[in-house]
Design a protein around this ligand. Structure first.
Ligand code: NOJ
Ligand code: NOJ
Length: 572
C-alpha cells in the first residue's frame, strides 16, 4: 500500500498522541482514584470533618470554598465507584459504598432551605460535610441530584439483589431510591437551577438524567416486585422523554442546554448528559441522544467549535483537532476557562460511540451528523458503512485520534503531581479554582474506562421512542386558553408568555408569544393548549434585548378536558 507523505505524517502524529495518552492514563489513573478516595469521609486524607461516606467537592476552603457535599458531584463520583465494584474491578469498595448510601439516607431527611423531605428538600443541592443544612443563599433547588443519586444506588441495589442480599436492599436501599424517584416523578415539570447552579428554567442535563432514573427505577421495581409506583413512573418517564426532544435546535443542529438564561445554549451540559445516559444496548438512538446518535455527534461538534476562538491556548490548533473546552462559551466564572471534566467528557462521548459502532459492526452517517464526520473525511457521504469497509476504518481511527486529542490536552495541562483542579487557564493552561476536585478525578476515571472499551449496565434505553400525546407536543386534544394580565408598560415594552409545553414555546424567552394590547392596560392572548394537563408558565416584559421574567414561583394552570377557559393573572 502506498501512503502519501502527509497521510503518513498524520499517522505518525496520531501514533505519538496515542502513546502519550496511554502513558498519561497509566500514571494518572491511580492518582485519580486516590484523589477520589482522599475526598470521601471520614477516612479520606483530605476530607477532614466529613462524616463517613460524605464526598467533599474539593478540599479547597478559600477561593473558592468547596468544602461542602453536593448531591450531584457525590452521586456521579459514587456511580463510577459502584460500577467498578459491581464489575469486579475493585472488591474493596463495599464498605465505602455502604457509608455513602447511609450518608445519603441521612441527608435526605435533613430540613433545609428547599424544604423537608416531603416538601421539596430533596432538591437541595449541597450540605455541610458534617451532614447539617447549608443555609446560605444559593441557586436552589437543583433537581438533577435526586435522579443521579437514585441511578447510583440503583446500580448497587440491583447487584446486591441479584446476589441474594434482598433484605438489605428492601429495608435500607429501596426507601432511599423510592423517595428520590417519587420526587423526580412529582417535580420534573417544575423549573430548576441547571447543573452549573446559575440558570433557573428547564435544563437538558436535568431532564435527561431524570428520565434515565425513572426508567431504571421501573426495571428495578419490576425485578423486585415493588411495583406500586410503576404506573406513575411510566407515565412521567414518557412525558420526560417527550419533553427531552424539545431541546433540539433543528436549525443549527445542536441541543439547547437551558430553556432560560439568554445564552447560545451550547454547553457541556449536553455532552455530560449524553455520557451519563449512555446505554450500550441502545445503539445510536436519537430519542435518548445516545453518544453515537447523529444528534449528539452534531451537537458535540457545535459545542467543541464554540471554544476554538475564545481560549488563547486553542490558538493555532487546526479546525479538525481537539481543543480545550469548558462549561459554555459565555462562562465568566473565574473569567471563564476550560474545565478538565468538560474536556474529558468530549473524549468519553467519542469513546462510547466507538464502543457501540464496534458492537454494531457498522457506522451510520446521516445528514444531521455529516458535518461531524466531514471533519475527518471531507468527501464522506451520508450512508451506512460496514466495519469491513475502508470508510469505516478511516472514520473509526480518525474519531479515536480525535478523542485521544482531548485526553492529550488534559495531559498537557495536568501538573506534574497529577492533581486535577476544576479549571485550567485559558491563557496558559495552569490549574485554576478548586484544587483536587473530586468530580474532575471521577471524570478522568470514567473517560479512561470508556477508552479501554469497558461498558456498564444498561438502563432500558433500547427501543424507546418519544411519543408526545396529550402532554407537550403534537397529538391529543387541545383547549383554547385565554390568558389576560394587566400591566402598565413603558414605551418600547411588550408583554410575552412562555411555559412548559411546546404550544407555549417550551420556556423559550426568544420565541415567547407576544400578547395583544388591544384592550390596554389589559394584555391578552388565546393559545390552544393540551387538554387535562398541568402547565407551568410565566409572563415576560421584553424591550429589545432587555428581558424581565416574572419572579418565582411559576404560574400553573390545569386545563379542562374540553371547551375553553380564561385565565386572569396579575404580574408577580
Ligand atoms: C458557584 C457555582 O458553583 C458556580 O457554578 C457558578 O458559576 C458560580 N457560583 C457563579 O454563579
Ligand atoms: C460548581 C459547578 O458548577 C457545580 O456543577 C458543582 O456541583 C460545584 N461547583 C461543586 O463542584
Amino acid at each position: 500500500m502506498r501512503l502519501s507523505l502527509s497521510y503518513a505524517l498524520g499517522l505518525a502524529a496520531a501514533a505519538v498522541a496515542q502513546t502519550n495518552v496511554s502513558s498519561y492514563i497509566a500514571t494518572e489513573s491511580p492518582i485519580a482514584k486516590a484523589g477520589v478516595l482522599a475526598n470521601i469521609g471520614s477516612s479520606g486524607s483530605l476530607s477532614s470533618g466529613a462524616k463517613p461516606g460524605v464526598v467533599i467537592a474539593s478540599p479547597s476552603t478559600v477561593n473558592p470554598n468547596y468544602l461542602y457535599t453536593w448531591t450531584r458531584d457525590s452521586s456521579l463520583t459514587f456511580k463510577a465507584l459502584i460500577d467498578q465494584y459491581v464489575n469486579g474491578q475493585d472488591d474493596t469498595l463495599g464498605p465505602l459504598i455502604d457509608d455513602f448510601t447511609e450518608a445519603e439516607a441521612t441527608l435526605q431527611q435533613i430540613d433545609n432551605p428547599s424544604g423537608s423531605v416531603s416538601t421539596g428538600g430533596l432538591g437541595e443541592p449541597k450540605f455541610n460535610v458534617n451532614e447539617t443544612a447549608f443555609t446560605g443563599a444559593w441557586g436552589r433547588p437543583q433537581r438533577d441530584g435526586p435522579a443521579l443519586r437514585a441511578t447510583a444506588i440503583l446500580t448497587y441495589a440491583t447487584h446486591l439483589w441479584n446476589s441474594g442480599n434482598t433484605t438489605y436492599v428492601t429495608n435500607t436501599l429501596w426507601p432511599i431510591i423510592e423517595l428520590d424517584l417519587n420526587y423526580v416523578a412529582d417535580n420534573w415539570n417544575q423549573s430548576t437551577f441547571d447543573l452549573w447552579e446559575e440558570v433557573e428554567s428547564s435544563s437538558f442535563f436535568t431532564t435527561a438524567v431524570q428520565h434515565r432514573s425513572l426508567r431504571e427505577g421501573i426495571i428495578f421495581a419490576n425485578l423486585t416486585g415493588k411495583t406500586s409506583d410503576v404506573s406513575n413512573w411510566e407515565t412521567q418517564a414518557d412525558s420526560l422523554l417527550c419533553f427531552l426532544q424539545s431541546y433540539w435546535n433543528p436549525t443549527d443542529s445542536y441541543i439547547t442546554a437551558n430553556t432560560g438564561g439568554g445564552r447560545s445554549g451550547k454547553d457541556a451540559n449536553t455532552v455530560l448528559a449524553s455520557i451519563h445516559t449512555f446505554d450500550p444496548a441502545a445503539g445510536c438512538d436519537d430519542a435518548t441522544f445516545q453518544p453515537c446518535s447523529d444528534k449528539a455527534l452534531s451537537n458535540l461538534k457545535v459545542y467543541v467549535d464554540s471554544f476554538r476562538p475564545i481560549y488563547t491556548i486553542n490558538d493555532g490548533i487546526s479546525s479538525d483537532a481537539a481543543v480545550a473546552t469548558g462549561r459554555y462559551p459565555e462562562d465568566s466564572y473565574y473569567n471563564g476557562n476550560p474545565w478538565y471534566l468538560c474536556t474529558l467528557s468530549v473524549a468519553e462521548q467519542l469513546y462510547d460511540a466507538l464502543i457501540v459502532w464496534d458492537a454494531l459492526g457498522e457506522l451510520n452517517v446521516t445528514s444531521t451528523s455529516l458535518a461531524f464526520f466531514q471533519q475527518f473525511d471531507a468527501s464522506v457521504a451520508a450512508g451506512t458503512y460496514a466495519s469491513d469497509s475502508a470508510e469505516y476504518s478511516t472514520l473509526k481511527s480518525a474519531v479515536q485520534s480525535f478523542a485521544d486529542g482531548f485526553v492529550d490536552i488534559v495531559a498537557t495541562y495536568t501538573p506534574s503531581n497529577g492533581s486535577l483542579s476544576e479549571q485550567y487557564s485559558k491563557a496558559d493552561g495552569t490549574p485554576l479554582s478548586a484544587y483536587d476536585l473530586t468530580w474532575s478525578f471521577a471524570s478522568a476515571l470514567t473517560a479512561f474506562e470508556a477508552r479501554a472499551g469497558n461498558k456498564y449496565g444498561s438502563w432500558g434505553a433500547a427501543g424507546l421512542n418519544a411519543t408526545c400525546s396529550g402532554g407537550s407536543g403534537s397529538g391529543g386534544d387541545t383547549v383554547a386558553v385565554t390568558f389576560t394580565i394587566d400591566y402598565d408598560t413603558q414605551y418600547g415594552q411588550n408583554l410575552y408568555i412562555t411555559g412548559s409545553v411546546s404550544a407555549l414555546e417550551d420556556w423559550s424567552s426568544s420565541n415567547a408569544l407576544l400578547l395583544s394590547s388591544a384592550d390596554y392596560p389589559t394584555w391578552s392572548i388565546t393559545v390552544d393548549l393540551p387538554a387535562s394537563t398541568t402547565i407551568q408558565y410565566k409572563y415576560l416584559v421584553i424591550d429589545g434585548s432587555d428581558v424581565t421574567w416574572e419572579s418565582d414561583p411559576n404560574n400553573a394552570i390545569t386545563t379542562p378536558a374540553s371547551g375553553s377557559v380564561t385565565q386572569a393573572d396579575s404580574w408577580h
